[in-house]
Design a protein around this ligand. Structure first.
Ligand code: GTP
Ligand code: ZN
Length: 379
């Protein structure tokens, strides 16, 4: 192995097997950096919301301004995603044509990952720092697929997020069966539906009004809003479930494109695949939102599946305190599945008081379905 001095060309070379090469220059501290929230990503340009000390009102939420930024050189290989809190320097005026520089990503409280698929061979972080995964599922058209819901639930719990199951199109089918499958897990369920008067009216007179789209029952939309309030929520759902319709009702300014799948191309109208964060108005009355915001709704147009191969049973169990405690008594290496010998979770059912047994049994059955979905395919 030849020995030579470190020169300028080494500065940008990859780290060696032993780790990073010592830097020849001390990296600047960027003590003048301000913090921004990443609300959108588009071809190397990041949309940030930055606190504005000089301004009482702003473009998005009050006292905040929108700044466009790119990553600093040293972050070239680092992925910055919607929901990230970042430190920015440079031109943070937010003025027309201004471009700031992201120099640091703050520590993430949660990371939601998407699995590799046909369009992208890498597992990627989709959203950072989200509190809640909202699984939007139609009760009909298209038919709900519990395998898909289970996989989303597992991905959320593994990411340290809570789950809200939002069942749409209740005007077409009853939510009872799905409620029975998910409420035993402690998953919160909300139901939305088309307003009965929607066929006759095309006026903009209701809080459920969506931009040029279908009118949802306003109370059902407000119930969803209540559960999103103050939280960072990621909405996922298959094409056609009514996710855009719901987002438009919650955040009318979003104007998400709605409609059916294109017959010719077989694709939805959305061509964008990047996530975007939308500030959630605290209320929408007479079709207009208030200018007070409390929470974030993150739409993920391109996300259809989550990688679960990395999910460990013990990690998933942590989302279920009671089951986790019982499972401490299981034999070493117990899979906790229905065919696992001497699984303590079975004894837990046996030992339960008569009146609690059905609830426990339903909870265990649902939990085992989640466990099985880790290895099963959703195709
Ligand atoms: N019957 C009924 N139809 C609905 C309801 N919500 C949405 N729809 C319709 O379902 C279709 C799909 O709705 P979208 O909001 O475009 O669905 P999406 O999930 O955003 O799907 P993409 O746009 O493909 O991403 C549209 O024709 C809507 O009008 C509902 O509560 N009831
Ligand atoms: Zn067990």
């Amino acid at each position: 192995m030849g020995r030579r001095d470190i020169d300028e060309s080494d500065f940008h070379s990859r780290p060696t097997k032993r780790g990073s090469r010592p830097r020849t220059k001390q990296r600047p501290e960027h003590s003048d950096a301000v913090t921004g929230l990443v609300t959108g990503v588009d071809r190397g340009r990041y949309t940030l919301l930055v606190k504005d000390p000089d301004d009482g009102g702003g473009d998005g939420a009050s006292g905040e301004k929108i700044v466009t930024a790119m990553k600093a050189r040293e972050l070239t290989r680092t992925r910055v995603v919607v929901g990230d809190r970042v430190d920015v320097v440079g031109d943070v005026s937010g003025g027309e044509g201004s471009l700031a520089r992201i120099v640091r990503i703050q520590e993430r409280t949660s990371t939601l990952r998407r699995t590799a698929d046909d369009t992208d061979p890498y597992e990627r972080i989709v959203v950072a720092n989200a509190d809640q995964l909202v699984i939007v599922t139609a009760l009909a058209q298209p038919e709900p697929r519990t395998g898909m819901i289970d996989r989303c639930v597992v991905a959320a719990y593994d990411a340290g997020m809570s789950v809200l199951l939002c069942l749409t199109k209740a005007d077409l089918a009853s939510p009872d069966e799905l409620r029975a499958l998910y409420e035993p897990l402690g998953v919160e369920v909300v139901v939305t539906q088309r307003a009965p008067s929607d066929d006759e009216t095309d006026g903009a007179n209701s809080a459920g009004q969506t931009a040029g789209g279908m009118i949802l029952v306003p109370e059902s939309v407000e119930e969803v809003r209540e559960r999103l309030r103050g939280l960072v929520s990621v909405l996922v759902g298959h094409s056609g479930v009514g996710k855009s319709t719901l987002i438009n009702a919650l955040v009318p300014a979003a104007k998400r494109a709605t409609g059916v799948v294109n017959d010719v191309t077989g694709r939805g109208r959305h061509t964008s695949t990047s996530a975007v964060a939308l500030a959630l108005p605290v209320a929408v009355t007479e079709g207009s939102p208030t200018d007070t915001f409390d929470g974030w709704v993150i739409d993920t147009p391109g996300v259809r599946s989550f990688g679960l191969a990395h999910v460990e049973v013990s990690h998933l169990l942590r989302a279920f305190d009671d089951l986790d405690e019982v499972a401490q008594e299981c034999p070493r290496g117990c899979t906790h599945l229905a065919d696992a010998p001497d699984c303590a979770l079975d004894d837990w059912i046996e030992a339960s008081p008569e009146d609690e047994r059905p609830a426990r049994a339903a909870r265990l059955t649902s939990f085992r379905r989640l466990l099985a979905s880790r290895t099963g395919s959703d195709a």
